[in-house]
Design a binder for this molecule. Structure first.
Ligand SMILES: *Cc1c(COP(=O)(O)O)cnc(C)c1O
Length: 386
């Protein structure tokens, strides 16, 4: 739901654009921070979900660290004020240049995804006369029960080090001069709504942690990644993810020694609901069997429906459904020359007309960051309320 003033703001702007409710963002950050503090847990924000500068500054202001997946994200995190000792760098394909950038910026830790990458970081660190802190991203083989395109913790996925490779890692770490093992890292997927999945993760982390400790490694951090999902169907009823229940699972099921830190990397759950893509109906096409609303926003602005068949709740902001509207079923599509450029099929929404404002909700995570110039589309200027 949007206030009258916010709607008035929408009406004066050229569409499409992303709208960010920074008040809701701050409420979400505060809820997450409080729930994490309860158990002394530390959260790094997974910057790839949304790297809008104002959003980043809010998040940094609440004392979150930054979880980056490219050299440019590392640079950006430091630029907007994340202290470099709260920046971690993950990713299955870090280039030499990116690794050197991160070494020069003295980031806290590299989350390393293969034995070969350990060797490369060691050699590059030697080259610049540094010792790099690393955490091993281990594939726990836990099914996240989420969309297959966003499942990352199974042995068939490209991410992480598989368990049979751990002896080789341990052997190399014992020999390597320019890397230091800080801890172990896991990330099993995204948009996870079944919290028992995280309990299964804890069980695997406990086993793997023991394996290292039995071999004399002192693990300072256990990094259990991100993945907490949000309610795309009920953005008004469930504005803020259930951070309490989420952290409580880890508190209950994760074994930790005194002084051992637990780190999280949340992306989506922090920023999804505060963002909305606002667009206008360009055309209404009535077919024999189907009715189409053609919007001025498309997959170039929000790719999730095309990429993961993702659901986003849509609302017509120009009509009052209760007072004057009959409900229609439309296929709501964008202007891009691709059949997958469709935000939803048979969507029930009030009868709509050319010029109506359509809100595509819960678009703050993996929305604007995935936008592309395909069809030579314009880059959007976001709109904010505090
Ligand atoms: C994407 C990603 C995250 C964040 O995932 P969310 O589902 O947005 O919480 C965390 N850690 C790593 C390594 C990632 O790649």
């Amino acid at each position: 739901m949007f206030s009258k003033e916010t709607l008035a703001g929408f009406n004066t702007r050229k569409t499409p654009f992303y709208y960010y409710d920074l008040k809701l963002l701050k409420e979400t950050l505060s809820a997450c921070k409080d729930a994490a503090n309860e158990y002394g847990f530390q959260v790094h924000y997974a910057m790839k979900a949304n790297f809008n500068e104002r959003v980043l500054k809010c998040i940094q202001g609440f004392g979150f660290g930054a979880d980056c997946v490219s050299g440019n994200e590392v640079k950006k995190a430091v630029e907007v004020g994340f202290p470099s000792n709260q920046v971690v760098f993950a990713g299955v394909g870090k280039s030499d240049d990116e690794i050197i950038t991160a070494l020069e910026l003295n980031i806290y830790c590299f989350n390393v995804e293969s034995v070969q990458e350990l060797e490369i970081i060691n050699d590059l660190a030697a080259g610049v006369g540094k010792r790099a802190r690393v955490a091993l991203r281990i594939n726990p083989n836990v099914d996240a029960y989420t969309h297959h395109n966003i499942t990352t913790g199974l042995e068939e996925n490209k991410f992480g080090i598989n368990q049979w490779e751990l002896p080789a890692c341990a052997e190399y770490l014992n020999r390597a001069q320019n890397i230091w093992l800080e801890g172990i890292h896991f990330h099993i997927g995204s948009q996870i709504t079944n919290l028992t999945v995280f309990k299964s993760l804890c069980v695997r982390v406990n086993e793997i942690k023991l394996w290292f400790e039995e071999r004399g490694f002192n693990l300072k951090i256990l990094n259990v990644g991100g993945g907490l999902g949000v309610d795309y169907y009920h953005p008004d009823e469930n504005k803020i993810a259930d951070f309490k229940a989420y952290f409580e699972i880890f508190n209950q099921f994760l074994d930790r020694k005194p002084g051992q830190e637990v780190h999280f990397e949340l992306g989506r759950a922090l920023v999804a609901h505060c963002g909305t893509l606002i667009s206008r109906v360009l055309y209404v096409k009535n077919g024999i069997k189907k009715h189409f609303l053609v919007l001025d926003a498309g997959m170039t602005e929000l790719m999730r429906p095309a990429l993961y068949q993702a659901y986003h709740k849509m609302e017509n902001l120009s009509r009052n459904v209760e007072l004057e509207q009959s409900i229609m079923k439309y296929d709501i599509v964008g202007p891009i020359c691709e059949s997958t450029d469709c935000f939803g099929k048979e969507v029930e929404i009030g009868t709509s007309f050319r010029g109506d404002l359509i809100a595509i909700r819960t678009a703050g995570a993996y929305g604007d960051v995935m936008s592309s110039r395909y069809n030579l589309r314009e880059q959007l200027e976001p709109y904010y309320t505090e």
